[in-house]
Structures are given as C-alpha cells and as structure tokens.
Design a protein around this ligand. Structure first.
Ligand code: PAF
Length: 287
C-alpha cells in the first residue's frame, strides 16, 4: 500500500533560513537524523507528530561523530528519497545544512559527555559521543524544539542526550521510541544497506542473542549473559563470522555493568562486526 500524497515539507539549508521558518511554527518537535531514512525513522516522526503542532526533521551526516577509518565517506546519502519519506509522513520542515553551515569554523568548544562517553560504544569509538552531543546541542539551539525524539536502538546515545539536557538545562523534552525491527528481527539501521545477503543472515545473531538473554531473565545477570554469549559464540564460528565488540548488561542511566545480584531495570547491549559493517542492538529488561 502506498502512503497518501502530502504537501512537500519546507527545506532549510542554513540556520538563517531555518530561523525564518521556525518563527511561524508553534509547538515544535525535532527528529534529528543522518538521513537514509527507514521505517525506524518513520516511527520517530510518527511519535513526534503526536506531540507537537509542527515536526522538523534534520538531515545531517555529522563528521564530528565519526572517527578516523570509520564510515563517514560511505555513509548512505539519499536526500531525494528522504524528502519523499518526509512528505509521506507529514513532516513540516526538513533542515539539511551543509558542513559549512553547521561548522563554519574549527569547532573548538564541544560538549563533554562525562563518564558515559568512555564506556562501551565510547570505548570502541573514542570521541563519538562528544561529536553526537555537540551536534545535537547545536541543532537544539538552531531549531529550538519543545520536544526531541530519538530511537532507543542507540540506547547509550539516548542516555547521553538525556543527561546533557538535564545537566545543561536545555528545557527540551526528550522522547525515546522503541526499536523498530524488520520481520526477521534485525533492528532497522541506515547501515543495514552495507550487508550482503549472507552477512545479513549472520547479523541476525545479534537480535537472537538479545532474545536468548531476555528469555533467561529470571536467571539473573549471569544466566542472561551466558545465554546471549552462547548464541554469539555459535555465530562467531559460522561461515560469515560475527565478531563481537562487546556484550554487556548495564544500568539504563549510567551504563555501568550491573552486579551479579542485580534486580530491577537493565539493558542488554551488543555490538559486533559482520564483514566490514559494525552493528549495535539492545533490549531493555526487567530482572
Ligand atoms: O542517531 C543519529 O542518527 C545521530 O547520532 C544524530 C542523533 C542525528 C546526531 O548526528
């Protein structure tokens, strides 16, 4: 079924163009993205629409959050498709600045993510969360949203943004939206387009490992990690190996690993490489 035609969103390319458009909007929700929009993004936009008079989607592949040797150059860029998706989803404004509009000079002042920036994703991608928080802070200043919507798939990013909003008093309501999965269980991600058919089959081990962990939740942290690890170990020995960076059960706010006797809320996280693609996934659990 095709979505009904909607009016094309207004497009702003610079902070000045955006400010002119923003002046005419009421209560506004922002969905920050790096483009290559998929069904997960459509879910974020739907959540935004229900919470404000106007929805702004930003499309900007942020160089500051990519490390040397990461996929900044090859990150998928599909602006015409993104515009079509935004029109179908009833987005009011697409903010798509160039690098020079976001970073007109050297970015000397940046946002320090604190200890959350050094563990798990932060340990494997040094400087990543500093880059994310800096661009999100700039987008908040430019768009001045009442609400900002992010996916729970990037759970550590969401926690870092919530902490920045609280510690730096941004006055923006942050909404987290549950992960959208394809019918085979793979979490939607712009990076999934990198996967060959065989790699995609192997990559399903990530969601299977999380499911195995969730099924073992009555056994506590040791049992959860053991069940998930078993799935990952089998996938590591497969014909297209899954190479895990980490598997961890953490506190949902601090991202510190929970002790073996932990009870209550936690998040089971996995990051792994399949071929040249690095994927992350997670599931919230109650122990
Ligand atoms: O999640 C993303 O797509 C990016 O990290 C974000 C939040 C748009 C910042 O560049």
């Amino acid at each position: 079924m095709t979505a009904p035609d909607r009016a094309a969103p207004a497009v702003a390319r610079t902070p000045e163009e955006l400010a002119r458009i923003r002046a005419g909007l009421g209560r506004t929700a922002l969905v920050p993205t790096m483009g290559a929009l998929h069904t997960g993004h459509r879910g974020l936009i739907a959540a935004a629409r229900g919470r404000a008079d106007a929805v702004v989607v930003s499309v900007f592949v942020n160089p500051l959050q990519f490390g040397p040797g990461e996929d900044f150059e090859r990150y998928p860029r599909a602006f015409e498709d993104d515009l079509r998706a935004c029109a179908e989803e009833g987005v009011d404004v697409v903010y798509a600045p160039g690098v020079e509009a976001m970073y007109p000079g050297e970015q000397i002042v940046t946002v320090d993510p604190g200890p959350l920036g050094d563990v798990l994703e932060g340990a494997f991608r040094p400087g990543h969360f500093r880059g994310v928080l800096t661009v999100v802070a700039k987008l908040f200043h430019m768009v001045r949203p009442d609400v900002a919507v992010f996916g729970q798939k990037d759970a550590q990013q969401l926690a870092a943004i919530r902490r920045m909003v609280r510690d730096l008093a941004f006055g923006v309501t942050v909404v987290g939206v549950p992960t959208v999965r394809d019918s085979d269980g793979l979490a939607t991600s712009s990076r999934n387009v990198y996967l060959s058919g065989a790699e995609r089959t192997s990559a399903l081990a990530l969601s299977r490992a999380l499911l195995a962990g969730a099924d073992a939740s009555v056994t506590g942290p040791v049992g959860i990690l053991g069940a998930a690890r078993e799935v990952l170990d089998a996938a590591a020995a497969g014909p297209v190996p899954v190479e895990p960076d980490y598997l961890a059960l953490v506190d949902a706010h601090t991202f510190a690993e929970v002790p073996p006797d932990h009870r209550g809320e936690a998040v089971l996280l996995v990051a792994a490489r399949v071929g040249s693609t690095r994927l992350i996934d997670n599931v919230p659990l109650t122990l």
